[in-house]
Design a protein around this ligand. Structure first.
Ligand SMILES: C[S@@+](CC[C@H](N)C(=O)[O-])C[C@H]1O[C@@H](n2cnc3c(N)ncnc32)[C@H](O)[C@@H]1O
Length: 210
């Protein structure tokens, strides 16, 4: 998916991927596996997810990367925060207490600009990308985070039944991307309620990458 596709989604408010109550697999599992207070959690392709607020309420620091300034304006407004906005050689950043968000193409984000990352939380990031972009994303994500541990959420469904996004990223593909660098374990799976986009039976899988 090219940048224009996503900008149009945000500009026309076609954001069915946005979960109004945050992600149930995150709230069920994250704290047990990543208990460290003050840990800095990176949310790639973050949109305006409510998961920022949940992680911050758990005492974690958060850092996001998102193409759309519209999304990040809405994120800060909905959290009742006024961001400090800076644009330097490190890109465009929105910052508040315990939250930093890079607004731009994640493929232009460097490890130095991102800073230290304790955990990656990938929900609807890997699955947002078409097959030819996923390998590039995986290798860039590991590079900029120093192969930080990950809490990863993926959809698995019959790709012939529906085009993405979100794309199906089945177990075999998760392992193909990550098993060379991490110990990869699936810790939960649940059916998508009401079918994915109302069109196809799908499961939502939660993975730990250590
Ligand atoms: C499917 S949405 C998921 C958003 C969020 N993770 C969530 O769970 O609600 C994918 C997001 O990635 C953003 N995005 C797509 N390509 C990107 C890129 N190359 N760099 C940064 N953000 C990107 C889109 O604008 C969109 O908000």
């Amino acid at each position: 998916m090219e940048a224009d596709f996503w900008h149009e989604r945000w500009d026309t408010n076609q954001i069915a991927f946005h979960e109004g109550a945050g992600n149930a697999l995150l709230t069920k599992h994250f704290a047990a596996h990543f208990p460290k207070p003050g840990a800095r959690v990176f949310l790639p392709l973050c949109g305006k997810t409510r998961d920022f607020a949940w992680l911050m309420a758990q005492g974690r620091r958060v850092v996001g990367a998102e193409l759309s300034a519209t999304a990040i304006d809405q994120l800060f407004a909905e959290m009742d925060l006024t961001p400090e906005v800076t644009e330097t050689g490190d890109g465009l950043w929105y910052r508040g207490p315990g939250i930093d968000v890079y607004v731009g193409d994640i493929f232009r984000l460097t490890r130095a600009a991102l800073g230290p990352v304790d955990v990656v939380y990938d929900r609807a990031a890997l699955v947002a990308l078409p097959p030819d972009m996923r390998a590039r994303y995986v290798s860039h994500l590991m590079e900029i985070t120093g192969t930080a541990p990950q809490f990863l959420i993926c959809f698995d469904y019959d790709q012939k039944e529906m085009p993405g996004p979100p794309f199906s990223v089945p177990d075999v593909e998760v392992k193909a991307h990550y098993a060379g660098s991490y110990t990869v374990s699936r810790i939960d799976r649940k059916p998508v309620e009401g079918r994915l986009k109302g069109q196809v039976d799908a499961t939502e899988n939660a993975w730990l990458l250590r």
